[in-house]
Design a protein around this ligand. Structure first.
Ligand SMILES: [Cu+2]
Length: 155
């Protein structure tokens, strides 16, 4: 009885060790996307900007495109300043270095949605598919927030 009990305890100890090993937090193998949001659009406004945070995985990656059923076209835009004017223009892609975060935020790089058939309404969520060189397609949900007092980005 006693040796059997010892063995059982030993087995239990081994099992829990193994469980602990497998329960270790899995490191993301690819880029991850978080905090995707867009401002609600007033009726008649056919463009909107999506902002989000890209977190690099073990390997560098590159965001190269985006698409959503809510807009006829989606482009990655960068903002540059010339003669005191902020201007945005399409870019080929956004580099996401390994283990680094890249924020697409107001006044900076964003995903431009063009030809919206319907306005974006505060409180709703809509799907956005991001295309990466390494990770392929990643689907995210974009939260639509109430417009604030900041002026819309100039085109
Ligand atoms: Cu833009």
């Amino acid at each position: 009885m006693k040796p059997r009990m010892t063995l059982a305890l030993l087995a239990l100890a081994l099992l829990s060790t193994a469980t602990t090993t497998y329960a270790a937090e899995p490191a993301p193998q690819v880029v991850t996307v978080s905090a995707a949001w867009a401002r609600a659009t007033p009726p008649g406004m056919a463009v909107a900007a999506v902002y989000l945070t890209l977190s690099g995985g073990p390997r560098a990656d590159r965001l190269v495109g985006a698409a959503t059923p809510r807009a006829a076209m989606a482009q990655i835009h960068v903002v540059s300043e010339a003669a005191g004017m902020a201007r945005m223009r399409p870019t080929e892609g956004v580099d996401v270095p390994a283990h680094k975060s890249v924020a697409l935020a107001p006044q900076g790089t964003h995903i431009m949605l063009m030809n919206l058939p319907q306005p974006l309404v505060a409180g709703e969520h809509f799907p956005l598919t991001l295309q990466f060189e390494q990770a392929g397609k990643i689907d995210v949900s974009v939260e639509v927030r109430a417009p604030d007092t900041a002026p819309p980005p100039a085109h």
